[in-house]
Design a protein around this ligand. Structure first.
Ligand code: TRP
Length: 340
């Protein structure tokens, strides 16, 4: 008998490379914290430090980033009594499950992953061997991500639009496992905020650590202003009407503003607001939203023991689920003690 899941389980992770930026905040952290405040569901939020190793082989960077990202979630008001907040690498059941899933995931499915295909394309564009610099970690990235999600039977996964494909792959892989071994996994769905899932960066491309075009979330005021001033705009003069829908300044505005503020800024663009003025207002808007959290963030960074204790407690809670569930999955695939 398949047990009907009566409650949604929210689950999402952030890769611990680099410093959290406005894109992470808008695309993942803010919706995740908001949904955790609605209550009525279980929630698992974690630092994807095993994923970090795929993109970053600088140990100090991985360490620093884990600390910063943990401090970020806590500073923004994550209530760790309501959600399970942990570090991926503290849950050894996840990489074990990743192996089970590797053994049922179709290679052809992985061939279609955007991140992998982009790397191959970049190599071809550069006249390189298509496999140049591509590790098995990158190729299997979606399998590890499927393990993250399926390990806790996450049903709703708040992510940026660029991650939808990975959630669909997790569904495919979970379905394949269920087909072979019985109904063990709930199939996850992506939760994408339509307006603002992928924020643009300084150069107008997706805001991403890999493009080096981010605005870090907790810059001091001076640096925040400086970064916002670096957002690329066109050369239209003050007084000349500007197109909000192709403007990064407007797009970021929209992600932080109320509906009325957005409508008003749209009018300002049509009336030819100067870029300098639009950026000044954007700075004020963003700064107001983040300034309290920035203070808490700086306090937390000065107390790593406190953060570590919270993560350890989170891992304990997570393993109350993952340890018995992995035992069940092991039995399902035929790995169990020889004697009952
Ligand atoms: N791949 C995600 C990103 O880069 C991070 C991530 C890892 C994740 N595991 C996950 C997100 C599981 C949601 C669920 O944004």
């Amino acid at each position: 008998m398949i047990q009907q899941q009566t409650q949604e389980t929210f689950l999402t992770g952030i890769t611990t490379t680099g410093t959290p930026h406005l894109g992470n905040y808008v695309g993942a952290i803010r919706p995740a914290i908001q949904s955790s405040q609605i209550g009525g569901h279980k929630a698992y939020y974690f630092l994807a430090d095993l994923h970090a190793l795929i993109k970053c082989q600088d140990p100090e960077m991985v360490r620093r980033s884990s600390r910063e990202i943990a401090a970020t979630w806590l500073a923004l008001g994550l209530n760790t009594d309501n959600v399970v907040f942990y570090r991926q690498s503290d849950i050894p059941e996840i990489p074990q499950l990743a192996w089970f899933l590797t053994c049922v995931a179709a290679k052809g499915l992985m061939n279609r992953a955007h991140a992998y295909k982009d790397s191959v394309q970049k190599n071809l564009d550069d006249g390189q061997d298509p496999d140049y610099g591509i590790t098995m970690g990158l190729f299997s990235y979606p399998v590890l991500m499927a393990a993250d999600i399926l390990m806790f039977n996450g049903s709703k996964v708040p992510v940026g639009r660029d991650q939808i494909q990975h959630i669909e792959m997790a569904r495919d892989i979970g379905q394949r496992f269920n087909y072979l071994y019985g109904e063990h996994f709930v199939l996850p769905e992506a939760v994408v905020d339509d307006n603002m899932a992928v924020l643009q960066g300084l150069d107008g491309r997706k805001m991403s650590k890999s493009y080096g075009n981010t605005i870090p979330l907790f810059l001091d005021e001076k640096q925040l202003k400086k970064h916002i001033n670096k957002i690329v705009t066109n050369l239209l003069e003050p007084g000349e009407p500007k197109d909000p829908d192709t403007s990064t300044v407007f797009q970021i505005w929209k992600a932080f503003a109320t509906a009325e503020q957005t409508a008003e800024m749209r009018r300002e663009f049509e009336n030819g607001i100067a870029w300098g003025e639009a950026k000044k207002r954007l700075f004020e808007l963003v700064n107001t939203e983040v300034s309290d959290a920035r203070e808490r963030y700086n306090q937390l960074l000065a107390e790593p023991d406190h953060i570590e204790a919270i993560l350890k407690k989170g891992a304990e809670k997570a393993r109350e689920y993952s340890v018995p569930f992995l035992d069940r999955l092991k039995a399902a695939v035929g790995i169990s003690p020889l004697t009952p």
